[in-house]
Design a protein around this ligand. Structure first.
Ligand SMILES: [Zn+2]
Length: 328
């Protein structure tokens, strides 16, 4: 989340504190200060849309989601941090309250940022510890299903994946599995799939290699189905860093555009995905990636700075009518 304030005509803050009061008077909205403003506005506007879907639904817990999402990240406090080698300040999120509702567009975005930040920290260590191991990216799918059958389908896919990892032919020593659901091309069905980042021993390409046809056959066998499922496999070139795949493996569980497109589809999606697991880590990666799993998550940032008390800051409040963050 780097705010590249230098690249266009955003207000450049002077480093001296006495100027900051004066500069605050001129600032109106977050978009004027940083490119990150546009991103915040977009996610928060989608949060407003989604909360209205919940607010009009019957279930009590949907009402509760709507209420929590209304409060979500209403006020953002940013610290002004000097940009290295530039004479301007960049914004670093200092404080905000998040609703943590699973399908809140703001929280989904923050969660993905947090997972990515952690994975970028952890994977280089794995590569150092296992320099000769290779990495595969595998996507496992089933036929599209009705949105009302999504939970059942995900459940059987996860069971099938467990069977797959227990087979003698399973080549990976460690893996990360993420679940994604997209809307089918027909606009009503759901397309659940699993993305797997798998770490295989250096011998994989000479012993125990699985051809594409073999992957399909094994996945079909584990799913216990009578058709050949579609899968995708690719290997990361030797000496290439598996971090390249982090954006693919740790993307959103549901695309933001699929969250806001259709109220009924979205509400059913929420019911179907309630308490399902998004990311799981297995094998020798468990010890490294434990933190990636959904525990107490700091959605603000990953930094360990403690000396923040006397730093200059700016606060912005969400204006529902304007659909913009305005200076407080
Ligand atoms: Zn939220």
């Amino acid at each position: 989340m780097s705010a590249q304030a230098s690249e266009s005509n955003f207000i450049a803050f002077n480093l001296s504190t006495q100027n900051q009061f004066q500069q605050k008077q001129n600032v109106q909205s977050l978009t004027e200060v940083s490119p990150i403003g546009k991103i915040w506005d977009k996610h928060k506007a989608n949060t407003d849309k989604v909360l209205h879907y919940y607010a009009k639904a019957g279930e009590d817990y949907f009402q509760q989601y709507a209420w929590r999402m209304k409060m979500c990240s209403e006020l953002l406090e940013f610290q002004l941090v000097p940009e290295e080698s530039e004479d301007i300040l960049k914004l670093k999120l200092l404080d905000a309250r998040f609703c943590r509702v699973r399908h809140c567009p703001v929280c989904q975005w923050r969660r993905a940022l947090m997972w990515k930040a952690r994975a970028y920290k952890i994977l280089p260590q794995v590569v150092t510890d296992y320099p000769k191991h290779r990495w595969l990216f595998v996507t496992l799918t089933v036929k599209n299903c009705q949105i009302q059958e999504l939970r059942e389908n995900l459940d059987s896919m996860n069971k099938a994946f467990k069977r797959l990892t227990e087979l003698k032919a399973w080549p990976a020593k460690g893996w990360v599995k993420s679940t994604e659901v997209t809307k089918g091309r027909d606009g009503v069905s759901a397309h659940p799939h699993l993305h797997i980042l798998a770490m295989v021993p250096p011998s994989y390409f000479s012993h125990g290699y699985l051809s594409y046809a073999k992957w399909v056959a094994l996945w079909q066998q584990c799913l216990r189905i009578n058709y050949q499922p579609i899968i995708h496999t690719s290997a990361i070139a030797k000496h290439h860093n598996p971090s390249l795949l982090i954006p693919e493996i740790l993307k959103y569980q549901v695309k933001e555009s699929d969250l806001v497109g259709d109220r009924e589809w979205f509400l059913e999606l929420t019911r179907q995905l309630h308490k399902t697991r998004v990311i799981a880590v297995g094998g020798i990666l468990r010890q490294y990636m434990r933190e990636l799993e959904e525990k107490n998550q700091d959605l603000i940032n990953e930094s360990e700075d403690t000396d923040e008390a006397d730093k200059a800051s700016l606060s912005f409040r969400w204006k529902h009518k304007l659909q913009k963050y305005k200076i407080e």
